[in-house]
Design a protein around this ligand. Structure first.
Ligand code: 1PR
Length: 553
């Protein structure tokens, strides 16, 4: 008979990854559709994504609160993940009007964003700082202090030494900046993680398996404060995907967004050749996962041409990838309101939902975000509530919404020469211009718009975007390193995390961007696809130079 685990189906959530991870470790998922189903369960996982208030309200509306407490009190195994952990506390600053289950005392607080990005996104530790009696020493299911686990959240339970331990809770913590918070907590039959084990590679799968098997691994020695390195440097592999001239879905890579081979016969060369074919999306994603990529991003780069509803190949790519790649997957391209081939209107939220249900953890919005930002300013900085960014972040949480920015440098002779936000650049333009501004583009750089990058990122942050994927058309495919000036400028104006992209040509460029900017992550494409360097080589190089990276698989 198949081994089973019951999962609570109570709010919209991108839980496909969790189902895949559970199946990977040999269990079958049974969905709990109504409160009565809980009494039949032998093991329950409460997943949770997005907003504390929405999740708790969803549980309440569906009549789950009391049956859930009864299940937990019955002593059968229970695991909460992310908001599933948060819901066990009494309350959260995210929505003080909605109470939690109050099984653990305390209130969740928003991270302080004075000196760091919020949400906290990336790989951090779960260090066993304290445990109680012998029998419970093993309740944290073998969390390994030297492993890293994937976190994505803006609110956390602050760790106060000794307070929960004195009430019988075993606690593992993580540190973000100067804040120490609860990464995992356990007591008796209850186990909960703030991190997402289903997105935490082999280390996370081991935790899920240990919980489901009921394997109480060897007790862990508490770690010391100086062995807790905090958030690691995130290295992301990006796959630009499109159909080539033969009709195959391929990973391609452009030079300043031109993805066709150069045909050159004379001194001049043009790019009317074939679409560059650098491999198959699912195979490459798996290779990068195995090489230690902290996240994988897929960009459907010709999405603006056709209707995404008919674009099933990308859904298949996600479905297949998410069965064997257990790190966060982002999908971009075509996330916007569309009219399907049969005339049906399909909202951006519905498009995103299809991707989440196929295994995506985040969606990345490009062109639509630029148009939405222009309209935001045209309305006098008023939110409409109807944009793709707003509707998707409301349903899935802002950590699930990335905005992919495709800016291009425009040189000017002085800062007065334009009303745009300019920077004084160390790399003057073709006519010696010492200033430039960054013009936002849509449709993969094909159309420049009347909005600069600072305006764009400020607007999308206000709309609820959780992260910026910061490309740079001038740098794309050049192997000349990231545009540090652009990255510093964007980091200066937003609090949400920024992923530096475009221009990486060797591991030194990753070190440079982490040392000379405060970027939260760095992304590479061509250098990985062409086999010049592996992700592992980049991370080894960062580690050799004293930066903290995830080494666990
Ligand atoms: O506008 O919401 O449909 O989304 C389309 C998405 O496709 C956008 O995210 C846009 O950035 C992307 N895109 C469109 N056309 C291209 C193209 O190359 N012709 N790719 C394109 C953008 C940029 C990077 C690239 C880095 C690193 N790719 O993500 O991977 O520049 O490259 P490198 O390390 O080799 O320098 P919508």
């Amino acid at each position: 008979m198949a081994k089973t685990v019951h999962l609570l189906d109570y709010v919209a959530g991108n839980v496909r990854s969790l189902v895949n991870a559970i199946e990977k470790v040999g269990y079958e998922v049974i969905w709990i559709k109504n409160p009565a189903d809980l009494s039949k369960a032998e093991r329950v996982i409460l997943p949770g994504v997005g907003h504390f208030g929405h999740c708790l309200q969803g549980l309440k509306t569906a009549g789950f609160i009391e049956p859930l407490k009864e299940y937990i009190n019955s002593g059968k195994p229970f695991m909460g993940i992310c908001v599933g952990l948060q819901g066990l506390f009494e309350a959260s600053e995210e929505d003080l009007g909605t109470p939690g289950l109050a099984i653990i005392p305390g209130t969740l607080r928003r991270f302080n964003d004075a000196a760091k990005s919020v949400p906290h996104i990336g790989w951090n530790s779960a260090n066993v700082v304290a445990h109680t009696q012998t029998e419970q020493q093993q309740s944290l299911y073998g969390l390994v202090p030297s492993n890293n686990y994937y976190y994505v959240h803006s609110y956390a339970a602050p760790y106060v030494a000794g307070s929960l331990e004195s009430q019988g809770w075993d606690v593992a913590t993580a540190r973000y900046g100067d804040e120490e918070f609860i990464g995992a907590i356990a007591k008796g039959n209850i186990f909960a993680t703030q991190f997402h084990p289903e997105k935490s590679g082999e280390a996370g799968l081991a935790v899920i398996k240990a919980f489901l098997d009921g394997t109480r691994l060897a007790p862990l020695e508490p770690t010391t404060a100086d062995s807790r390195p905090g958030l690691t440097r995130r290295v992301i592999a990006c796959l630009d995907v499109r159909t080539n001239d033969a009709g195959d879905l391929v990973v391609t890579k452009g030079d300043q967004y031109d993805v066709r081979e150069r045909t050159s016969t004379t001194a001049t060369s043009s790019s009317s050749g074939q679409v560059r074919n650098l491999g198959k999306p699912v195979d490459l994603a798996r290779r990068y996962y195995e090489s230690g990529a902290d996240e994988i991003t897929f960009l459907n780069i010709t999405s603006f041409r056709n209707c995404p509803i008919a674009d099933t190949p990308m859904l298949d790519v996600l479905r297949l990838t998410s069965k064997s790649v257990f790190v966060p997957l982002t999908i971009g391209g075509g996330i916007r309101d569309v009219i399907d081939a049969d005339g049906t209107a399909v909202s951006a939220l519905q498009v995103a939902t299809m991707y989440f249900e196929s295994g995506a953890d985040k969606v990345s919005i490009g062109s639509d975000a630029v148009i939405a930002a222009e309209e935001y300013y045209a309305r006098g900085k008023q939110l409409s509530g109807t944009t793709a960014i707003e509707t998707i972040s409301k349903a899935y949480g802002n950590q699930a919404v990335v905005v992919s920015v495709d800016p291009r440098r425009v040189y000017v002779s002085s800062s007065d020469a334009t009303r745009r936000h300019t920077i004084k650049t160390a790399f003057p333009g073709p006519n010696g211009e010492e200033y430039c501004w960054y013009q936002c583009t849509i449709k993969g750089g094909r159309e420049g718009r009347d909005i600069d990058v600072q305006e764009l990122v400020t607007a999308v942050e206000a709309m609820g975007c959780g992260e910026i994927l910061l490309n740079c058309i001038d740098k794309d495919g050049t192997n000349s390193g990231f545009d540090l000036e652009l990255i510093n400028e964007v980091k200066r104006v937003v609090k949400i995390p920024v992923i530096a992209s475009s221009g990486a040509g060797n591991p030194g460029h990753f070190l440079e961007v982490f040392e000379k900017t405060t970027t939260d992550a760095a992304l590479g494409a061509g250098m990985f696809h062409r086999g010049e360097y592996t992700v592992a080589q980049v991370k080894d190089y960062l580690a050799e130079n004293g930066l903290t990276v995830r080494t666990s698989r």
